[in-house]
Design a protein around this ligand. Sequence first.
Ligand SMILES: [Zn+2]
Length: 231
Amino acid sequence: MEISRRSFMLGAAGASALAFGATALGSTPAWAAPRPDGVIVSPQDAIDRLIAGNNRWANGKSDRRTYAPPGQTPEAGQWPFAAILSCADSRVVPEDLFDVAGKNLFILRNAGNIVDANMLGSVEYAIEHTGISLVVALGHTHCGAVNATAASIRTNTMPGGYVDSVVNSIKPALEPLPAAFTPTEGVRANAQQSASQFQNMSKVVAAATAKGKVGVVQAYYDITTRRVTFF
Ligand SMILES: [Zn+2]
């Protein structure tokens, strides 16, 4: 247990430490052992599934598709092929807008789709123990968190309470933009920041992407057109 804990703290500082730690925990990293059903899903396959699902959703032809093996009890495991970091906005429901059934997505949500230590830990868990092959940082149009941050920058005021934490997390993404940036430009910059943070702050994510086993992408959802744009 002591070795496992130390390996976890070290993250992917050393490939051998990671492999040994994962073995001690009773499982292997996703790139060593694909999903429990043995299906190898490439990052591109995962994006293609999400694009196809969003097309069904946008065209009003949802069928709640599943890629998980049929006939499995919940106790048998889980089979997500992608992790989605989305906003907590009630109009942005990843399983709706990507038209997939339960068990298919590992979903992380907070106001402003912000990366913090808990989100990093959640994604590392998903990579090492559920076999996901894609991480999506998903923003959306009409995002209150992004708009509040834009207002904070333009008026040099803070909203107060713990919303300040949300605004302070998004600010570094918006401050480099031209002063008259549009709401959509702000949303795109914030999603880009989150995707970059996953790659730059987590050695587990970096190691998995370097091996080509996991992709990290950014996208935004237009709540008017129901379309997701990967960029
Ligand atoms: Zn939002």
